[in-house]
Write a protein of this length. Sequence first.
Length: 70
Amino acid sequence: MLWISELILQHQPVSFAQLASLVREKARSGERFLRMDVKPPYPDTPGNWEDQLEGVFTGSLDSRAHENQL
């Protein structure tokens, strides 16, 4: 399970965009579940940050599933 708080502590991204990239990488590497336990503390964090991270995560899972079918 991928926890946002652990991702922030382990990788120390400096922006929401970097955090989103990390979420994408983790989803592609096999993570199956995402927990949004803290709000990202960045100035560029959008109001709909949960929706955006969920979209990045599930989009990456969908891409991985599609690649496995080919």
